[in-house]
Ligand binder design. Structure first.
Ligand SMILES: [Zn+2]
Length: 343
């Protein structure tokens, strides 16, 4: 195994995390990935469903798909109250109490941006008896706009309306100790890992064993990301590994998922990945994810004739204030490299 350009990978990570891409509003992120593909002279195509596919031809007739999703959690304006507050509907399944106090901005249908803050309906401890206890759910939360609005009409006059997207500040920080703290590491960290793999192949002049189709999906958080995929023999989802309870994964490992809520992953492909991790002496774990499904689940449910597996770096506090470590990122990338070098 040759060396990995960690610095380039981390720069890419910061870049992609800084582009908001809640499910349904992923064009700018896909445009960024398209530009990165162009820079590297890669064969690429944006599908009608918005997903980007990059192809690198390999030595064999077999095709391996590698999928990571670029869409994230977020929210949408559901209604405007008579006081000029925004009620919202979530995109995907966030831990809503973690939205409380988060800075965000609203993107109107004609592209205007307005800043705001997610708050509970009892936001002041000096006024509201239940400021600490009110449930942080969508019935009891709203977005406070940073505009002088007193009524619904004031908000409408700004051009804000129902169905406008609300995106959250990802608050990305990379610490000297190697931790990557940010919202939406699920799954942008894996998008960066796939580009890290592409760069590894290009910079070392490696022709992959199988033809590789890198799929960047755009609706995974709402369940149908990779429901349509180009013709592949097998599909490996690279998505965050779960951490917590009796799971064995840490932020330093690559996690290989044996089973999630959608069922067990393919026996042979999963075994192959485990044996590659073992042989390459990677820090890896095999786990079951209780409340999870992946782009492979979506592809299989849509009827694709593939074998599928799921791997990814351990991400702590997923769908909340997420964190991983460069070690987990490198172990995941090394597993992709090892799988490509197999045989
Ligand atoms: Zn994910």
């Amino acid at each position: 195994m040759k060396s990995i350009n960690q610095e380039k990978l981390l720069t890419f990570t910061k870049d992609i995390l800084s582009i908001p891409s809640p499910s349904g509003y992923t064009k700018a992120a896909v445009e960024f990935l398209k530009k990165e593909a162009k820079k590297r002279n890669l064969v690429h195509e944006v599908l009608k469903n918005g997903n980007l596919v990059i192809t690198i031809t390999g030595k064999s007739k077999k095709t391996t798909g590698l999928v990571a999703h670029v869409d994230t959690l977020g929210a949408m304006v559901r209604s405007i109250t008579s006081k000029g507050e925004l009620k919202f509907s979530v995109l995907g399944g966030p831990i809503l109490p973690t939205y409380d106090g988060e800075y965000c901005y609203i993107i109107t249908r004609d592209g205007k941006k307005f800043t705001g803050t997610f708050l509970s309906a009892a936001p002041s401890s000096h006024v509201h008896k239940d400021s600490r206890t009110l449930p942080r759910d969508d019935a009891n939360m709203f977005v406070r706009l940073d505009e002088k609005v007193k009524s619904k009409q004031d908000v409408l006059d700004l051009g804000i309306g129902n169905g406008d997207f609300i995106v959250l500040d990802p608050k990305t920080v990379i610490t000297p100790s190697g931790f990557i703290k940010s919202r939406f590491l699920d799954d942008k960290i894996s998008v960066a890992i796939l580009f890290g793999f592409i760069d590894y192949l290009l910079e070392n002049n490696i022709e992959p064993k199988n033809t590789l189709k890198f799929i960047f999906s755009t609706n995974e958080e709402v369940g149908f990301g990779a429901s349509y995929i180009p013709e592949v023999d097998e599909l490996i989802a690279v998505d965050m590994g779960c951490i917590g309870e009796d799971l064995s994964c840490t932020e330093y490992d690559v996690s290989i998922c044996a089973k999630d809520a959608s069922g067990p992953y393919n026996l042979d492909l999963t075994n192959d990945l485990i044996s590659c991790a073992k042989k390459a002496k990677l820090s890896y774990v095999v786990d079951i994810y209780p409340f999870y499904s992946s782009d492979v689940s979506a592809a299989l449910k849509a009827g694709n004739n593939i074998r599928g597996a799921l791997i990814g770096p351990g991400v702590h506090a997923s769908h909340g204030m997420e964190r991983t470590h460069i070690d987990g990122v490198v172990n995941t990338l090394k597993l992709l490299i090892a799988y490509n070098e197999k045989n």
